[in-house]
Design a protein around this ligand. Sequence first.
Ligand code: WTA
Length: 652
Amino acid sequence: MQTKDAIDTLLVESRRFPPPPEVAKNANAQPGVYEEAQSDPVGWWASWARKLEWMKPFTQTLEWNEPFAKWFADGELNASVNALDRHVRAGKGTRVAYYYEGEPGDRWSITYQQLLDDVSRFANALRKLGVKKGDRVAIYMGMIPELPVAMLACARIGAAHSVIFGGFSPDSILDRVNDSQCVALVTADGAWRRGNKVPLKANCDSAISKGMPSLKHVIVAKRTDQHVHMEPGRDHWWHELVAAEPTTCEPERMNAEDLLYLLYTSGTTARPKGIKHTTGGYLTGVTATHKLVFDYKDDDVYWCAADIGWVTGHSYIVYGPLCNGATSVIYEGTPDYPDKDRLWSIVERYKVSILYTAPTAIRAFMKWGPEYVRKHDLRSLRILGSVGEPINPEAWIWYYEHIGGSRCPVVDTWWQTETGAIMITPLPGVTTLKPGSATKPFPAIFADVVNDAGESVALGGGGYCVIKQPWPSMLRGIWGDDDRYVQTYWSKFQHLYLAGDGVKRDEEGDFWFMGRIDDVMNVSGHRISTTEVESALVDHPSVAEAAVCGKLDEITGQAIVAFVSLKGGDPGTNDLAEELRDHVATKLGRFTRPKYLTFTPELPKTRSGKIMRRLLRDIAEGRMLGDTTTLADSGVVEELRSRAITEAAKED
Ligand code: WTA
């Protein structure tokens, strides 16, 4: 028998939203775009690439040496010139690039001309410190304008940036800087978060003290005005460095396939992977998708409310919108500070017309209630976007009705750090929307659903999401580890890119994403590997063994559940449980703190000694247990189940 919730979900899922006629009529993407792209995909991408400004035009398009792609490989260009100079040269220097709103309420706007000046000055400063083409520069900052400035300055002088999300811990900074041997680290004294100061520079100091042989310089922007240690010779204040620098800086000529940036992401092992993105193809992908998926037009005010520390911010706060000459909003803080209507006050103030956010935020807004939304005039909105995790149909409808006033198409966009740009998505003027479905592959993207044998599954079936043809913004590999690249994405199936997501495709060919198929959890849209959290737990002196899995969560999508056995058969205490959660937060970053932690004398294992994760997931979810006959000791499970339930009850 179906529960009422399940029936409600079915009713909601079966609703259809054809494009509103006024959106359809003027949309950048018209229905013919799919056929046009399909008839000559590489040519179609090349036509987008030609909209960029090339210092040396490309004559080659795709070179596919599976699984290594090169796009537009004989062309030369500079990302910062495409983001800034060409708009200024076209007379758009006074146009606002970013409306900036700090968490404490400070606001200003930055024009394209000002952004170009700031980028040039910082680029000159980096060059003076000896940073050069081919180097890597780590950036660990909050959401302040210096963050995109630092990224674009790196791009200008041909150094690859490696942005480390400001929520990461010192250990995470250390691993990332050392993995790619960064020569400089750009940070800030602190960041504002719910009225508190996050000690960014102190976190860097603590990471550096553990040994960063490649690091020569630390550049510190002033944000929170808190006291920080400045190491003579190594540490420099941003404002002092740029003070005497001119506002012109010769951009480096970059090959289309030169590295633009690295961005580390969790995989199934404890070691994060440095995903490589290059210049020409990446800019092509983000420019095309930003223009078509969000239907971006010159009079729009666009706001991607993500953090630049994740790929969504790289592609859709920095490179995509700037390449399209867009006016965007950057907001520093959290949606509930000082109150739960902060986002809506921003939409109202800047007359935001396109808003891009995550399901986890939407579910929080739902929980807080529509009264916070109703305080503000949101009639400027015309397009809404969602990213980061599957959006449940109820949240989709709530977003559509309460934020979009039942007027704005909701584009649920599926993609990954690895794909660089949006891959499966509605186009607002073309697609009939279904709440909960990311609908169809973007033009010139060839996605499929396959079974275990790698065979395409008939419509109506489910399986693995794969991509069948290379695309311009695809990752070019993993920093320093080609084998891992091949192993992770190209070994399960021949000639197919394995995304790592489970998906169902309905009778009409629309995709419904089901979550990860590997040991990667998705908490509030952040990818976290179970192994990383397990290693952090085992690193604590009291812990003998740990197993971690995700559990469905009403707000965050998934929540982290940890099962821990202590050394010497210690039964554990609440205080120790707290300490262990904090330990994980300190080791990895606050967003990885397990929500549930259960002590157990033993973890359920097969007779060959493998931890039975599926069983732990069942226990965490409170499901009926499947087959336990392979268990070494079936008593463990009953014991665990009763404990997990007690723990969960305590948490709620
Ligand atoms: C998940 C974020 C369902 C998915 C851009 C993917 C989604 C992982 C969606 C990538 C969506 C992202 N529907 N699932 N619209 N968007 N995901 O690298 O599991 O941080 O593999 O990139 O997020 O996360 P990443």
